[in-house]
Design a protein around this ligand. Structure first.
Ligand code: MG
Length: 256
């Protein structure tokens, strides 16, 4: 090989070697660049078995002052041993406070003495916004249509599990409800959604509610207020409630 050709070959080899060398990785931004320091979450104290410090307490075991009968000629329920108990025939009770998006905690106890069967056993209900029922039922060894058992969105969603305890035992309902949105013309923009746990077990996972609960036929949305009372159902069974509290989640309410 002539000296010139040799030199050219060496230059080519050197160039190839340079091209094959891995590029230096780009410098990563400092870790502080991805730290968010605002907003600072508010401090909420949450003692075991007690309402969180920022909750609206709807029943504390002593007073029904946060509730009123839905029917004009209805009556109040009873307080027995720190529980709010359905007095059959008095009718549904609604919270005086109104809620839209909300985290709701309710403890309930179906009657220890079993009377009736299916939908007739320990039936009550939690109506978000007074319209959308999450079923309360004694579903311990009590077959019924599954979209009507404990933990269902009544006649709309079958719960993912049946964590029902035996009649006479206290149980818990934890609900995260996102209210429906309507535009200025009253048209539905987004349906209501709900997530719920019974006794800590997930029964509804961010399901879409199809409209207000109806016993017969298909549900259908109609525009309503951004916030409405929570309603507890008198289904003529002496179901009991205690430790009821709510945490409003609605930014629209906070902005008012
Ligand atoms: Mg019911």
């Amino acid at each position: 090989m002539k000296p010139h050709a040799l030199l050219c070959s060496l230059v080519v080899i050197a160039s190839l070697a340079r091209a094959a060398a891995p590029a230096a990785p780009p410098a990563l931004p400092p870790p502080e660049a991805t730290e968010a320091w605002t907003p600072v979450p508010p401090i909420v104290t949450a003692p075991t078995g007690q309402p969180p410090s920022d909750a609206v307490v709807l029943f504390d075991g002593k007073s029904l002052a946060a509730w009123e009968p839905v029917r004009a000629n209805g009556g109040s329920w009873l307080i027995e041993d720190g529980a709010m108990v359905v007095k059959p025939g008095t009718g549904d009770q609604r919270s005086k406070a109104a809620f839209g998006d909300v985290q709701l905690h309710v403890e309930f106890r179906t009657p220890q003495v079993i009377e009736g069967e299916g939908q007739g056993r320990g039936n009550s209900g939690i109506f978000l916004m007074g319209l959308y029922e999450l079923q309360v039922l004694d579903s311990h060894n009590n077959p019924t249509y599954p979209n009507g058992q404990l933990g269902s969105v009544y006649k709309q969603h079958i719960p993912l599990a049946n964590p029902a305890r035996p009649p006479g035992e206290w149980q818990s309902y934890d609900i995260i409800f996102i209210a429906p949105r309507f535009d200025a013309a009253g048209q539905l923009v987004s349906a209501a959604r709900v997530t719920a746990f019974i006794n800590g077990v997930l029964v509804l996972n961010n399901v879409e509610i199809q409209g207000p609960t109806v016993y017969r036929g298909a549900p259908k949305y109609a525009a309503h207020a951004d916030q409405l009372p929570i309603v507890l159902q008198d289904h003529r069974n002496p179901t009991a409630f205690r430790n009821i509290w709510a945490r409003p989640l609605d930014a629209r309410a906070a902005a008012k």
